[in-house]
Write a protein that binds this ligand. Structure first.
Ligand code: F6R
Length: 593
């Protein structure tokens, strides 16, 4: 998704902007650009990577500037469509993250008034609107311009000779990094961490005038104070720390983040979540999410229904928005690692409007989800840079487990066993990580194929979905996750020696049926790679390849099994030479519906 950055202070803005943009590369982008104010505005932008732009950009001097990484929504990736965009006079430059829904109407009107446009983007209406309303005060013109816009935005406006940046947020994240007589603006914290760990999170509806010496924020016309937050993770936390890719680093961080989430959440849970309120609403539960977070939600359903006997409905957020529901007395959980996924945010708004209790589970402090929900449970994964979600998924699971286990309905003996197992998970995950060499060997085999099926039953059906999603997004191999019993209802037609089947097992009531499904796949010539418990003798007779995982209570089997599948996807993608951390066509946070 697009990233915006801005700088104003005593340094030459050009290298600062390029560095901040490079820190946002993980969001995914197809083009990038910067604009500097050196008395007049100078703009340099193009399709491609920041490193390529840095090679060709002429030395632009200026103490204030803005920059952008674009992920195309309106108009193909091109130099003209890349940001920053200018007004007719070339004195106002804008970078924007978000979507302007009424841009065609605005554009037609501005064209009729004599403004000429050069790009296909929705963003270009913003500098023209500001130009139209400019009467000597940049901030007043920005307020008037944004008043015309329907949609979402994080914008940064730079005007020649103004010695200030005007920034505004509505529906897309925006932060201000505070330095010593200098300020950094960005869509996300990692962009500014090389310079400062003091950050102001803007809220929806905020407009800020930022100079080298200060920040003044207004919300709908009235002055407001937004407190500074100190970021406790360092720029190193957001770097690769010796790993070849962020994805591998983040997979390996999982023992630590499991521990951190359990410790932190357990110690603050009662103060952040009104458990009593949630219990009152607990006739049924609804969980909403997208993508990998949706798979965590599906696992949560199994855990809640198994341990609490409460019916749980899990919905893909983008679908939930389309039909009428009976929402009364529903306690809802919205899971979103970024806290900015447009479809998930829309469901939160809808549920809140229907007076449902909404708890957000998110990894990003100050994210939109945390602002919209009644309560927020933060996961403690630290920044996740790789586009493919790994450790953020794991901590979502931890929060769901702990949420369920903090209810008194569970038999105390069973609870004691589960708590013991939960505490042991970091060490068990570490052992799966220790099997990287074997998994990488199997990945070399998988990498030679173009179609793979993942099968699981019960609580490991969502794990099959997640394994397939991970493989396809990073290795570009077509993969399908299936409930193992469903394969015979059509997809058997595709099985053969060229379509490996990855079978995910647990020693629960699904085990025997899984063995039968594996036999069925083998009978149709499909090579089988099984993820199975240590000591499972029966599987040795059946599978061609086995990744063994430590023995855990079956309810926690998604944890160890998923880690094995994450490594499998990672090594397969690496074997195929894919850009693991920035897969094509994908973005880290999906802020459009
Ligand atoms: C896959 C992946 C996506 C996200 C999805 C939801 O690896 O990362 O499928 O899980 O876009 O994102 P969040 O959790 O930020 O709402």
């Amino acid at each position: 998704m697009c990233g915006v950055v801005g700088y104003i202070g005593g340094r030459n803005a050009q290298p600062v902007l390029l560095n901040c943009l490079a820190r946002l590369e993980y969001r995914g982008y197809d083009s990038c650009g910067i604009a500097l104010d050196g008395g007049s505005l100078r703009v340099c932008k193009d399709i491609g990577k920041i490193a390529e732009l840095a090679k060709v950009v002429p030395q632009l001097d200026g103490l204030a500037g803005i920059g952008h990484t674009r992920w195309a929504t309106h108009g193909a990736p091109s130099r003209i469509n890349a940001h920053p965009h200018l007004d007719c006079s070339g004195t106002i430059a804008v970078v924007h993250n978000g979507i302007i829904n009424n841009f065609q109407v605005l554009r037609r009107r501005l064209e009729a008034e004599g403004h000429s446009f050069i790009s296909e983007t929705d963003t270009e209406v913003i500098p023209h609107l500001i130009e139209k309303y400019y009467r000597g005060s940049l901030e007043e013109a920005v307020v008037a311009a944004l008043g015309e816009i329907k949609g979402s935005y994080a914008v940064i406006v730079l005007a020649a000779g103004e010695s200030k940046l005007v920034v505004a947020r509505n529906g897309s994240p925006l932060i201000i990094g505070v330095g010593d007589r200098e300020h950094f603006i960005a869509s996300d914290v990692p962009a500014v961490l090389d310079y400062t760990n003091r950050v102001i999170y803007l809220e929806d509806g905020d407009l800020a005038v930022v100079t080298s010496g200060g920040v003044s924020v207004t919300s709908r016309g009235a002055g407001v104070e937004r407190k500074e937050t100190r970021i406790l993770w360092s720029v190193e936390d957001a770097q690769k720390a010796g790993y070849e890719h962020f994805m591998l680093k983040e997979i390996h961080e999982q023992p630590k983040v499991i521990r951190d989430t359990l410790v932190n959440w357990v110690s603050v849970a009662d103060s952040v979540v009104d458990i009593a309120a949630m219990r009152r609403n607990l006739e049924s539960m609804l969980i909403l999410a997208c993508g990998t977070s949706y798979h965590a939600a599906l696992i949560g359903k199994y855990v809640i229904e198994e341990l609490l006997s409460i019916p749980v409905r899990v919905e893909i957020a983008s679908e939930f928005n389309y039909y009428g529901q009976t929402l009364a007395r529903t306690a809802a959980i919205a899971i979103t690692q970024s806290g900015e996924t447009a479809d998930t945010l829309k469901t939160i708004r809808k549920l809140r409007a229907a007076r449902c209790l909404v708890i957000a589970i998110t990894n990003v402090v100050g994210s939109s989800a945390s602002r919209l929900a009644d309560h927020t449970i933060y996961t403690w994964a630290g920044p996740e840079i790789s586009v493919a979600a790994t450790k953020s998924f794991m901590v979502q699971l931890m929060v769901l487990y702990w949420l369920v286990m903090s209810y008194s309905r569970i038999d105390p003996g069973r609870l004691a066993e589960l708590v013991m197992d939960l505490r042991g998970l970091p060490e068990k995950v570490q052992r799966v990580l220790g099997r990287g060499d074997v998994i990488s060997e199997y990945a070399s085999y998988l990498a030679q194929h173009e179609d793979v099926f993942f099968i699981g039953r019960g609580i490991n059906f969502p794990v099959a979905l997640e394994g397939a999603l991970k493989l396809k997004e990073v290795s570009y191999i077509h993969a399908e996750g299936y409930a193992a019993g469903e394969l015979k209802h059509g997809s058997f037609a595709l099985l053969g020696s060229g379509t490996p089947v990855v079978a995910i097992l647990a020693r629960d009531n699904t085990y025997e049926a899984m063995l039968s499904n594996i036999k069925e796949a083998k009978a149709r010539g499909a090579p089988v790679l099984a993820v199975a418990e240590e000591g499972d003798v029966a599987i040795r007779e059946l599978a061609d390849f086995i990744i063994t995982v430590p023995v855990v209570d079956a309810i926690f089997s998604p944890v160890v099994n998923t880690v094995a599948l994450q490594l499998l996807a990672y090594y397969t993608a690496r074997e195929r030479g894919c850009p693991v951390d920035t897969p094509r066509n994908l973005a880290k946070s999906v802020t459009v519906e």
